[in-house]
Design a protein around this ligand. Structure first.
Ligand SMILES: Nc1ncnc2c1ncn2[C@@H]1O[C@H](COP(=O)(O)OP(=O)(O)OP(=O)(O)O)[C@@H](O)[C@H]1O
Ligand SMILES: [Mg+2]
Length: 390
């Protein structure tokens, strides 16, 4: 019997947001049992999982105890805010962490991934310095110049990130970063501000046998470090794509765990600059739900379940546009679905988050068309119709 065809039974998802929800939907299609965890009830992925728990995943004892009780075949982190000490302990006990605990640790710490990419693998990145004491801010910023970006060492979705225009603003940005930082680390990264021409994500799936397969590049736009819209394919010069693939191979051959990776790059003056990566489905990659024959969630599952991944192909040029809330509501309602869904080849995903607040991502619109520009316009047009109300 071919053992690769035996679907293991239990998958434990750590973090139950919108990306987790799509992963659970695909896992349920493959017949897996899924347990979803988050810090609040009725999180998106919990609504489609078999069981769910609300716990503090940054607490080592609580997380380890919960994982051991559930005893899953796979632990799949969907977020970065986890006790890494717990994941390392669990991995030692023989439970599979996707893609592996070392990769989860490196990618949740901006200094660890920079040390690997820039110092060890010598990949081109923005110039940077770490600061662990506010007294060093001025000295450490002098080699980078202004404006610069100041980011907490641990955070995501642009949280705690500031564009600092002059040295007088460093301390405010430092305080802001520490308030929004995850965990107890007192430290930030200062980064040269790259006036890039554009940025893109190279979704890459690494198979159990070490082969890396690339999706078509995804273009995206961010506002204050948070994704607003994305599209696939992003047209790029072939040599830029080859350069990005080459950098990705070097990083993934080092991290070496099967699964999907969202590898983020900037392009400036025909040069590719590595930014960071996620060892899991990427938010800008939600567009693959309509653009690809195998979407990023299925690719993640197939990779770590060691199932076949034949050719990944682009079905049609496609685009996404996020639906953000303007206000704080409990159990919000959504208006404008009638108008939005009249747009051809367009889907609206409402994540079902139980509360909204200003700027929170509550849904996404996906649209496809033979003409990429029309797909982008249609996604935008449909998203404009949707309003979140109390
Ligand atoms: N050095 C830089 N120069 C110019 N822009 C940058 C730089 N670093 C980050 N940005 C901008 O901020 C966005 C978010 O940055 P980054 O990916 O580091 O943050 P994040 O909090 O990890 O976000 P996410 O978790 O959503 O990926 C980038 O996609 C880019 O638009
Ligand atoms: Mg990012």
């Amino acid at each position: 019997m071919d053992s690769s065809n035996l679907i293991p039974k239990k998958l434990l998802l750590l973090g139950s947001g919108e990306l987790g929800k799509e992963l659970v939907i695909e896992a349920k299609r493959l017949g897996l049992e899924v347990i979803a965890i988050d810090k609040y009830q009725r999180a998106p992925a919990m609504q489609v999982a078999d069981h769910s728990y609300v716990i503090d995943m940054s607490n080592k004892e609580i997380l380890s105890k919960t994982i051991k009780e559930i005893n899953p075949d796979f632990v799949v982190p969907e977020i970065e805010a986890l006790s890494i000490e717990s994941l390392k302990e669990i991995e030692k006990e023989g439970i599979k962490i996707v893609p592996n605990a070392r990769t989860v640790e490196i990618t949740m710490n901006r200094d660890k991934i920079r040390d690997l990419a820039s110092n060890e693998l010598k990949l081109k990145t923005a110039k940077f310095n770490y600061v662990f004491d506010s007294e060093d801010l001025e000295k450490k910023s002098s080699s980078l110049g202004f404006p610069l970006l100041l980011k907490p060492l641990m955070s995501s979705s642009g949280k705690g990130q500031s564009l600092v225009k002059c040295k007088e603003n460093l301390l405010d940005a430092w305080n802001q970063a520490l308030t929004n930082s995850r965990g107890k680390i007192v430290g930030v990264i200062l980064e040269e501000f790259i006036k890039f021409d554009y940025e893109f994500t190279l979704l890459t799936v690494r198979k159990e046998n070490g082969e890396n397969i690339f999706c078509e590049p995804i273009g995206h736009e961010q506002y204050k470090g948070d994704y607003q819209c994305s599209w696939q394919p992003m047209k790029l010069n072939q040599f830029l794509i080859e350069e990005a693939k080459n950098m990705t191979n070097q990083i993934l051959n080092n991290l070496n765990g099967s699964g999907i990776y969202g590898v983020e790059f900037f392009v400036k003056d025909n040069e590719v600059i590595f930014s960071e990566l996620s060892p899991r489905p990427h938010d800008t990659g939600m567009v693959t739900l309509v653009s690809q024959n195998i979407n990023e969630f299925e690719l993640h599952l197939r990779a770590f379940l060691n199932l076949p991944i034949p050719k990944i192909s682009l079905l049609k040029p496609s685009a996404s546009r996020v639906i953000l809330s303007n206000d704080e509501f409990t159990n919000p309602s959504y208006t404008g679905l009638n108008e939005a869904l009249q747009v051809e080849n367009t889907k609206v995903l409402i994540f079902g988050k139980p509360t909204s607040k200003k700027g929170r991502r509550m849904g996404v619109v996906l649209s496809s068309n033979d003409d990429l520009n029309i797909a982008r316009q249609n996604a935008d047009k449909a998203a404009l119709n949707i309003n979140i109300i109390s």
